[in-house]
Design a protein. Structure first.
Length: 91
């Protein structure tokens, strides 16, 4: 057996980082960096798309609901960052 040090993060470290990550992004060749929502948000958007495709709700309504969801998630994320920054300043 070799006692060489590991050069990168272990599988367990990577899994923990993914589990606790808030945002993911993909680098596309022409477009650049594109953010990917968390899985629970993707499920919500898929459900909205399914409802619109089955004509249970109209497309404009689905788009407005999705836009509101994105804005609410961004505001929630921004508020969390501000609270964290305030807590760091008081420490």
């Amino acid at each position: 057996m070799s006692d060489t040090p590991k050069t990168g993060p272990s599988h367990r470290d990577t899994v923990e980082r993914v589990r606790h990550a808030e945002r993911f992004a993909v680098n596309l060749p022409i477009i650049g960096r594109v953010g990917i929502p968390p899985p629970e948000h993707l499920a919500f958007y898929a459900a909205l798309g399914t409802l619109a495709a089955l004509e249970i709700i109209e497309w404009p309504v689905a788009v407005i609901i999705a836009a509101g969801h994105v804005l609410a998630a961004e505001e929630h994320h921004r508020t969390g960052q501000e609270i964290g920054a305030a807590l760091e300043r008081t420490s």
